[in-house]
Design a protein around this ligand. Structure first.
Ligand SMILES: C[S@@+](CC[C@H](N)C(=O)[O-])C[C@H]1O[C@@H](n2cnc3c(N)ncnc32)[C@H](O)[C@@H]1O
Length: 264
């Protein structure tokens, strides 16, 4: 990781939310701050949940993980279901929902789509700030009447380095599919990218160690590893995939591992 912008810490002034703020700071090793910084990123816990602010940026609206409303709620209702490229890429078939390990969870958008279709998904994220935002988004989604039950049963968050965590799994715990969406270097058009993507780019930088994760994933996934790539980018670390599935701006490179003897 490199060229990152730090996050000052977590601010919470609401008396009723102090215990939750302490828990988040303890679990994700975040600093507690008493006031907003004059410049840059900080987290704030309010009644509506945890929000990432960027003081001094043009777009003042905060970044949250919102699985209930916003763009994800819309994608859930109109996103194309089991036939969409992401679903086909991870190996969803009639009557079969692979167990997926999302090794680069980010803001949890891809994981949420896969879980909404029926896949049990482990979301693993190593950035403390993004993991805390995911924790908060999942906690609020579990309380939602429409989606709470399946979010609770299908979406599990793990904080830490996926490469390390994957190697601790027993054979019985190994996922069918490991999904990778490593940070791609910010291009010239980066001023135009959405604030969520820009925030992730600035907080975590480029994933320069993605080769270790990729090699580990290929050893652990029992059926396939899927790598999300920008449409025009070459395959990750020049490794030719078994096959690819294309969508408008994205390509999913599929590496079949098939450690399981039974066909899917
Ligand atoms: C491009 S973002 C993923 C976006 C995600 N697919 C989504 O739908 O929101 C990449 C994320 O992977 C995380 N990451 C990269 N390498 C990782 C690793 N070895 N273990 C855990 N997280 C990792 C980064 O911190 C970053 O948040």
């Amino acid at each position: 990781m490199s060229d990152t912008t730090p996050c000052a810490g977590l601010l919470c002034t609401h008396p009723a939310l102090q215990a939750r703020a302490e828990t988040l700071c303890h679990h994700y090793a975040l600093a507690r701050i008493q006031r907003a910084p004059e410049q840059g990123y900080f987290l704030q816990l309010v009644n509506e949940g945890l929000a990432l602010h960027n003081v001094g940026s043009k777009d003042m609206s905060p970044v949250r993980v919102d699985f209930v409303g916003g763009a994800l709620g819309h994608r859930l209702r109109f996103g194309g279901g089991r036939g969409q490229p992401l679903a086909r890429a991870v190996g969803i078939k009639p009557g079969f929902n692979p167990v997926v390990w999302d090794a680069t969870a980010g803001l949890g958008r891809d994981a949420f789509v896969l879980a909404s279709i029926g896949c049990p998904v482990t979301l693993c994220e190593r950035s403390p700030v993004l993991a805390a935002l995911l924790d908060d988004g999942l906690q609020r989604a579990r309380l939602n009447r429409e989606i709470g039950d399946w979010v609770e049963s299908r979406m599990t968050l793990r904080f830490g380095d996926s490469a390390r965590q994957l190697t601790t799994l027993t054979a019985a715990q190994a996922p069918d599919t490991i999904y990778l969406d490593p940070m791609y270097p910010a291009g010239k058009s980066s001023v135009l990218v959405k604030k969520e993507i820009r925030a992730v780019q600035q907080l975590v930088g480029e994933d320069r160690d993605s080769q270790v994760l990729f090699e580990t994933a290929l050893q652990v996934a029992t059926r396939r590893v899927v790598v999300k790539r920008p449409q025009r980018a070459g395959p990750l670390h020049d490794r030719i995939p078994t096959t690819s599935i294309e969508s408008k701006k994205t390509r999913y490179d599929i590496y079949v591992t098939l450690l399981k003897a039974t066909p899917c």
